[in-house]
Write a protein that binds this ligand. Structure first.
Ligand code: SF4
Length: 335
């Protein structure tokens, strides 16, 4: 295959040889992870957010969202139900909602870890490094902090004045604290080019991430980007396949956004280098309101059914839903 410098990446992003790209990514996934696919169960415990990201349906100025905040016991109960249904990783996710105190988040983490042998991932946005350190000491294992773009100017534009360098500083702090850290981008934001995506890919790969996530841009009708053109799902598949080539041991999810384009989207992702799926186990009553983009969380079955459907999807491809927590293999296999 073509050498994977910037020009080679652009060649494949442009669809230069999809068959070669996807089969190479699939082979690499196989040699790094065998047939195992990791399930990460997400509890989206609050859709309140103080930020104004132009692409996101949860942005603070969107008055059409039905906002919710789950109680502490309800969050723990959802996490425990997912663990009892077979999930080995619980992702605690919210908007940038600082109404939950550090002590309350610590309590949630401690009680989940005390009651079940699971990994806990935090996806809580721009909380301070000191808070993340406190939560690490309570047993949290991983953090997810998306960049959405690695271009500082575009970042400021799409996230409505937020500072890219501060986000990067936080990401570095999380790595220094000892978390497994994931990040990622949105593929096909307004005015984006494949050249920029190639730069994103190289930038993310240099960060030595334990997880890299990328999904196609889907314009939300209640955001400033509602008239924008939808991202190209094929470029999104190529991006994650290339991410696999550059990061053989990083966890790479087949995001739920893929299924919003194509009912087979996540399956195709798993056949093209991805090794993780992340079903929402948010209570059915709130799940549809975690509406970052149209079509997200459109499946409204209970936690047990959600996990079993995810496992069925994995088995249908002759993969195996992993019984392990799916801790980072990158750390054990860095060259
Ligand atoms: S992307 Fe995250 S921080 Fe930005 S508005 Fe949406 S939930 Fe809030």
């Amino acid at each position: 295959m073509a050498v994977l410098g910037r020009d080679g990446i652009i060649y494949y992003l442009n669809g230069g040889n999809d068959d070669e790209l996807y089969s190479t990514a699939d082979n690499l996934r196989q040699s790094s992870f065998g047939q195992e696919v990791y399930l990460r169960a997400i509890v989206e415990f609050s859709n309140v957010c103080n930020k104004k990201c132009n692409y996101c349906g949860l942005r603070a100025p969107n008055s059409k969202v039905s906002r919710y905040r789950m109680g502490i016991d309800e969050i723990i109960e959802s996490a425990c139900m997912a663990a009892e249904a077979g999930a080995r990783t619980i992702v605690l996710q919210s908007g940038d909602d600082f109404s939950y105190s550090p002590a309350q988040i610590a309590d949630i983490i401690s009680r989940i870890k005390e009651s079940h042998d699971v990994a806990v991932t935090l996806s809580l946005g721009d909380r301070s490094a000191a808070e993340y350190k406190q939560w690490f000491n309570c047993g949290a294992d991983r953090c997810l902090l998306k960049l959405e773009t690695t271009d500082a100017d575009i970042y400021e534009k799409i996230r409505c004045g937020e500072n890219f360098h501060e986000r990067m500083e936080l990401l570095r702090s999380l790595q220094e604290i000892g978390y497994e850290v994931g990040s990622g981008i949105i593929v096909g934001l307004p005015d984006y080019t494949v050249e920029q995506l190639a730069d994103d890919l190289l930038f993310l790969s240099n960060l030595e991430l334990d997880m890299i996530a990328a999904g196609p841009f889907i314009p939300h009708p209640d955001t400033p980007y509602s008239p924008a053109v939808t991202g190209d799902i094929d470029i999104s598949f190529r991006f994650t396949a290339l991410a696999r080539l550059l990061n053989p041991f990083s966890n790479i999810p087949a995001t739920s956004a893929l299924d919003s384009f194509d009912s087979e989207g996540r399956k195709k992702g798993l056949q093209r280098g991805c090794n993780v799926i992340m079903p929402s186990v948010t209570p059915v009553g709130q799940r549809k309101d975690y509406n970052i983009y149209p079509g997200k969380n459109s499946v409204s079955v209970d936690v047990v059914d959600t996990i079993s459907r995810a496992e069925e999807l994995v088995r249908a491809l002759d993969f195996i839903p992993s019984a392990s927590k799916g801790s980072s293999r990158r750390m054990n296999n860095v060259q």
